[in-house]
Design a protein around this ligand. Structure first.
Ligand code: NAP
Length: 448
């Protein structure tokens, strides 16, 4: 048996890739992780909406066969020990290619601070972070997972974090014209300061590194510093920018903006910009025009049918998405910039409760709610499921089931604009009716 503790659905077939193109059967098996805290509430609601839309859009000809897999606290319960991310889960995502998940709790303290080799056998400690692996005593101590989500992205090489941000009619927003923002952020997911290479102030490794930088490279760092490494590679930059440009081509988007802080970090963020332009010119020459070329060769008049490739410095893009939001459509960013920028954009159109997301690699894709587990609302059937529902919409589009995706999106917008909403939106709207999570979803299904 391939899986230790999972039950594969009896019916259903695998999503496959042929020559780089996705091939989706009428009854794909899709693994899902319910998630912790509010996860079960929003998952149940999301599943009911997706199933209803698929049934309605394809008159029962298509159907998703859901396959439950586990991570976080539910994995701990099922698999015991410290297995918050079981092999079964990773194998299922690899085998079935497309999966969806609710938010996850990464347990802290008890399950951290063993080296990777010992992580599997670890049964936990409490208290301060130790200097050495508590199992084998090796000096290089790496928490097994800083975060389950980061772990999933790195192990499965889901290198693009994709976050579409648009406004839905009726959603309260802090800006005057929220409808002008309609962007999709492609954030690099595997490197930059998220590579997890950092050394604690005063540790042997930090001192070793500081001494090396002084002796071999003549660079001064204060002795009492923590030190982190920020790698940005040609490989990861180009595959991310390629995904962003492909998206723009496939979805008729007018421009792709490379976001960076290259004026200060020339060989990491500046290089991200340069390699991005290099890729655009070498692989998409007949489809793109750079901003420089637009000024030099086209008298600032955009030629028909081309995609504009431009770049903006990170601090400037935060102003631009507020002041001139309609000039941007696809944003390609290194890891940290993308983290900040996607949340800032989401806030402009109504906050994280409505922001969907996906982590996508070459063949694997994991769709997810972007908020956390909101533990205080666990089991209350209270919170807004829209982030996970809209992640489901992204997933349906990824499967090329656009009719069902469209149906959910329109119906969600109608439900919100009729002011029948969950508590988080109700408290910001005049005259709205407050619904439970399950009631909100029934309304969406009713409105399809
Ligand atoms: P959080 O769970 O996102 O909750 C913070 C607040 O955001 C909630 O108290 C609530 O605000 C609002 N909120 C979140 N989701 C909502 C929803 N669906 N509907 C309505 N309101 C919602 O953030 P956190 O408290 O910082 O993190 C809690 C846990 O989640 C931590 O263990 C963290 O590690 C984990 N986490 C997981 C993920 C993930 O798996 N992707 C992401 C982030 C955090 P009000 O109470 O003001 O209404």
């Amino acid at each position: 048996m391939k899986y230790k503790l999972l039950e594969i659905p009896i019916y259903g077939e695998r999503v496959e890739f042929k020559d780089g193109e996705i091939s989706v059967p009428n009854n794909p098996i899709i693994p899902f992780i319910e998630g912790d805290g509010i996860g079960p509430d929003i998952w149940k609601a999301t599943k009911s909406v997706i199933d209803a839309a698929v049934k309605k859009a394809y008159s029962g000809e298509k159907r998703i066969e859901w396959f439950q897999i586990h991570a976080g606290l539910s994995a701990l319960k099922k698999y015991g020990n410290d297995d918050i991310l079981p092999e079964d889960t990773l194998e299922a995502i690899k085998e079935y290619k497309v999966a969806i998940k609710g938010p996850l709790t990464t347990p802290v303290g008890k399950f951290d601070y063993v080296c990777l080799q010992c992580a599997k056998e670890q049964d936990g400690i409490d208290g301060e972070r130790p200097e050495k692996c508590i199992k084998c005593g090796s000096e290089f101590v790496t928490p097994r997972f800083r975060s389950l989500n980061v772990g999933l992205r790195q192990i499965l090489d889901l290198y693009a974090c994709v976050r579409p941000v648009r406004w839905y009619k009726g959603v309260p927003s802090p800006v005057k014209a929220p409808e002008k923002l309609n962007v999709i952020v492609f954030r690099e997911n595997t490197e930059d300061v998220y590579a997890g290479i950092e050394f604690q102030e005063g540790s042997d490794d930090a001192i070793k590194l500081i001494n090396f930088l002084k002796s071999d490279l003549n660079k001064n760092i204060r002795k009492d510093s923590g030190v982190g490494i920020k790698p940005i590679s040609i490989t990861c930059t180009k595959r991310l920018v390629r995904k962003a440009i492909n998206y723009a081509i496939e979805n008729n988007k007018p421009n792709v903006t490379l976001v960076h802080k290259g004026n200060i970090m020339k060989f990491t963020e500046g290089a991200f910009r340069d390699w991005g332009y290099e890729l655009a010119k070498s692989e998409y020459r007949d489809k793109i025009v750079t901003e420089q070329e637009l000024w030099d060769d086209y008298n600032s008049k955009m030629p028909e049918g081309k995609i504009l490739i431009k770049d903006r410095i990170a601090d400037q893009i935060f102003q631009q998405v507020l002041l001139r939001p309609d000039e941007y459509s696809v944003l390609a960013t290194p890891n940290l910039n993308g983290d900040y920028l996607s949340d800032a954009c989401a806030a402009q159109v109504g906050g994280l409760g409505l922001a969907p997301g996906a982590n996508i690699g070459d063949e694997l894709a994991l769709f997810e709610a972007t908020h956390g587990t909101a533990p205080k609302y666990t089991g209350m059937d209270k919170v807004n499921p829209s982030s996970l529902i809209l992640s489901g919409v992204m997933m349906l589009r990824y499967l090329n089931w656009d009719e069902a995706a469209e149906m959910i999106e329109n119906s969600l917008e109608k439900t919100i604009s009729e002011k029948t909403v969950t508590y988080d939106l109700e408290r910001q709207m005049q005259g709205a009716v407050k619904l439970k999570t399950s009631e909100f979803c029934s309304k969406i299904v009713e409105n399809m």
